[in-house]
Design a protein around this ligand. Structure first.
Ligand SMILES: [Zn+2]
Length: 221
């Protein structure tokens, strides 16, 4: 089973299996209470000046099929970094209040992320689209933060190969994000570089999923 921990899609009229679908605040009404699709809901740092209705956001955070807050985070290359920090902290607080995981977008702000982690320890954090060096991965993992690999595993640069070969598999996930890459291929590339079987990798990631989200419904395909 290949679970996609972070996926964007325009087509929200169908169900998705084995995926966590990212929903922007303007799309909240698309979340059906009875849907078998899992969602993460967010205040992306790109949209720091068009804030959502937080009361509405909170109502949706009570839904069982909303597994995470995200993607939220900090992007030093985007606008209003200080305001981003305020919103991010608000979202971290809400994640704690509703016991949701946090899918984090982080660009050049890892020291802030690690600093905030000391204050907000109770929820699981996942850095999405990780493309950093082994040393950074290890630092994050030592703070009990997961990392998710995506398109960087297609033709990976040496630093990613080094990370993949040595990272603790107890703290990894995989994602397609905005790409149309098949999630299976991302798992395959990791398994090849790591020199482990695909089955072993899938079993490990399934264990990681249950550590973060408890028993969730997944299906073989
Ligand atoms: Zn994304």
């Amino acid at each position: 089973m290949f679970f996609d921990i972070h996926k964007h899609t325009e087509n929200l009229d169908r169900e998705y299996k084995n995926a966590l679908i990212n929903i922007f605040p303007g799309q909240l009404d698309k979340i059906s209470r009875n849907s078998n699709t899992y969602f993460s809901i967010c205040c992306h740092p790109y949209y720091v000046n068009t804030l959502p209705d937080f009361d509405k956001l909170e109502k949706y955070l009570t839904r069982q099929n909303v597994l995470a807050v995200g993607e939220v985070g900090l992007d030093r290359l985007s606008q209003d970094f200080e305001k981003q920090k305020d919103i991010f902290e608000k979202m971290l607080f809400l994640a704690g209040k509703y016991n949701k995981a946090v899918i984090i977008h982080c660009v050049k702000a890892f020291s802030e992320i690690l600093h905030l982690r000391k204050k907000y320890t109770e929820t699981s954090w996942i850095i999405h689209g990780f493309r950093g060096k082994l040393q950074l991965a290890e630092q994050l993992i030592s703070h009990n933060i997961y990392v998710s690999f995506g398109s960087s595993l297609v033709n990976p640069p040496d630093k990613i190969t080094e990370t993949v070969k040595n990272i603790s598999c107890e703290k990894i996930f995989f994602e397609t994000d905005e790409t149309d890459i098949n999630i299976d291929n991302i798992y395959r590339n990791f398994a090849n570089i790591r020199n482990i079987s695909l089955n072993e990798l899938c079993d490990r990631v399934y264990k990681n999923l249950t550590m973060v989200f408890g028993e969730i419904k997944c299906s073989e395909h």
